[in-house]
Design a protein around this ligand. Structure first.
Ligand code: B12
Length: 458
């Protein structure tokens, strides 16, 4: 069969700057596909255009919340042409019945352990079921080599290859979908296979997709040691307590670590107490970022704004944190209630979610009425913290401790900061997004895009 795998992207989010990284998801699904089938991959984020009239038997669409409506539009086009459409991905996993309205089948959760192959066999035998789900989280020791040959490498300067070593996260942040969809126990791929995969990757840089690459310290230590001779550069996500393990931090650096995204989530006293992922005090976290800098590792601090206890004071606290620590980058997220999370269930019940238009769930736009400030105040404060972080002066001031570790690091620092500045400035008009008064927030997605079957039947 001819199989087309698509990662949709709303048109206004398509980009071609140096920050785009190909996804692993589709190349992994392609890697699981038996060789008798022909596979093609399209990632719309790279402005790749879909030819709806191409020869294809099966269309697999991977959706996250923000891209779901675009995914449904694409599905409609293929359904009109009589093609079989299968959905997967985090949004389809948490709202499978919604995705099913637009497709023939939905894969809930992970596709390993033969689940995707089963879908294809059932399609061939005309016995496709509506939903597919494994009984338990798959062990990942059977390594699937991604079909990296099928993906566009990058649209920008840095060529970065995505790779993952495991899944699952033991933290239970109430705004995050990961513990519920991938479980709270970490499952690992085998180091031998990861290393073999890396040896065959032509890109000089790797992006580890793991939610936390250092949770299992023994595993991380061995993997970093074995990566040293491969001489790749890499970035990934970790928790800040890596600084407590000097040996691990050094090994990370020797193995090519240039930067870590660290989920600090909140730097207010209540926030620090709630998530318990970081050190308990503001100052200790600032110190920790400096320790990473001293060891040649840059930090992307990830902060969430609009949590229940946040007042407008949160923006000053965050700004002080970024400036004092000279954090290399900031990932600022406006609290977004993603379906499948505790925050979603609670806010839905309280009626404090302002829209059910999934396209707006990008964590940059305010789509909630927070508890201790107004939606406008949240949006204004969010815009201001990014203005401040990515002002020319701030980029220069924060640069010094970050760029001394090498030319590559300096290039990465300026390229990402300038990219973030440009990207931010282009979205400066963002206002809180709320449905028009005549549009109920009832989480019925069909008012944005009619499923093909229904509209056809009418
Ligand atoms: C890496 C990552 C990123 C990277 C992506 C880089 C890249 N090009 O890959 C970056 C940093 C850019 C990023 C950005 C964002 N991210 Co992100 N990200 C992740 C992360 C950590 C890993 C994703 C991943 O690749 N996993 C590995 C792959 C193999 O897993 P997978 O995609 O789930 O695929 C498996 C199954 O789902 C299934 N499957 C998936 N698709 C399909 C399709 C078919 C047909 C089939 C059969 C099966 C199938 O099979 C696969 C194998 O089992 C996840 C958290 C997580 N652990 O999943 C968050 C996550 C996906 N991100 C999230 C969010 C919110 C964002 C942002 C909005 C955040 C922000 N403030 O900027 C942006 C949006 C970007 C965008 N519009 O695309 C949320 C999504 C929630 C939701 N409901 O949509 C997640 C789940 C994290 C969370 N805290 O909840 N992210």
């Amino acid at each position: 069969m001819n199989i087309l795998l698509i990662s949709p992207c709303p048109p206004d989010n398509q980009r071609h700057d140096s920050m785009s990284i190909p996804q692993l998801t589709l190349s992994l699904i392609a890697g699981m596909t038996p060789q008798e089938h022909e596979v093609k991959i399209i990632e719309e984020v790279f402005n790749e255009v879909i030819d709806f009239d191409q020869e294809v038997d099966v269309v697999g669409i991977s959706i996250m919340t923000q891209t779901a409506i675009r995914g449904y539009e694409i599905a409609n086009e293929f359904k009109k042409r009589g093609k079989t459409v299968v959905f997967g991905g985090i949004h389809a996993t948490v709202l499978p019945k919604e995705a099913k309205m637009y497709g023939d089948a939905v894969v809930i959760g992970e596709a390993e352990n033969g689940l995707w192959e089963q879908v294809l066999t059932d399609i061939k035998n005309h016995s496709l079921k509506e939903f597919y789900k494994l009984d338990k989280y798959p062990e990942l020791d059977h390594y699937i080599t991604p079909r990296r040959d099928l993906v566009k490498k990058t649209a920008g300067k840095f060529k970065i290859a995505p790779i993952e070593t495991g899944r699952g996260c033991p933290y239970n942040c109430d705004f995050c979908t990961v513990p519920k969809s991938f479980g709270s126990k970490q499952r690992h791929k085998t180091i031998d296979c990861i290393i073999k995969d890396i040896e065959n990757i032509e890109e000089q840089f790797l992006f580890f997709l793991d939610d936390n690459i250092t949770i299992n310290k023994k595993f991380a230590r061995e993997m970093f040691e074995r990566m040293i001779p491969l001489k790749k550069g890499w970035v990934g996500q970790a928790s800040i307590n890596i600084v407590n393990d000097k040996e691990l931090m050094k090994l990370a650096r020797q193995s090519g670590c240039k930067g870590l995204l660290i989920g600090f989530e909140s730097m207010t006293d209540t926030g620090l107490n709630k998530y318990r992922k970081t050190f308990a005090s503001f100052d200790r976290n600032v110190e920790a970022i400096k320790t990473l800098q001293d060891n040649g590792i840059m930090t992307m601090s990830s902060l969430v704004f609009g949590l229940d206890d946040d007042t407008t004071q949160v923006f000053d606290t965050a700004n002080e944190f970024i400036q004092k620590s000279k954090s290399a980058f900031l990932q600022a997220c406006a609290l977004t209630p993603y379906p499948g999370t505790e925050v979603f269930d609670r806010m839905k019940q309280e009626g404090s979610i302002l829209t059910d238009d999934w396209r707006q769930f990008d964590a940059k736009k305010v789509i909630i009425e927070p508890k201790n400030m107004t939606a406008d105040e949240l949006q204004a404060g969010y815009t201001e913290i990014k203005d401040k972080t990515y002002s020319f002066g701030s980029i220069m001031k924060r640069s010094l401790p970050n760029i001394f570790s090498g030319v590559t690091e300096a290039a990465l620092y300026f390229s990402l900061n300038n990219g973030a500045r440009k990207w931010h400035n282009s979205g400066l008009t963002a206002k809180p997004f709320r449905n028009n008064p005549d549009m109920p927030v009832d989480f019925d997605v069909t008012k944005y895009v009619q499923p093909y079957n229904n509209s056809h039947a009418k």
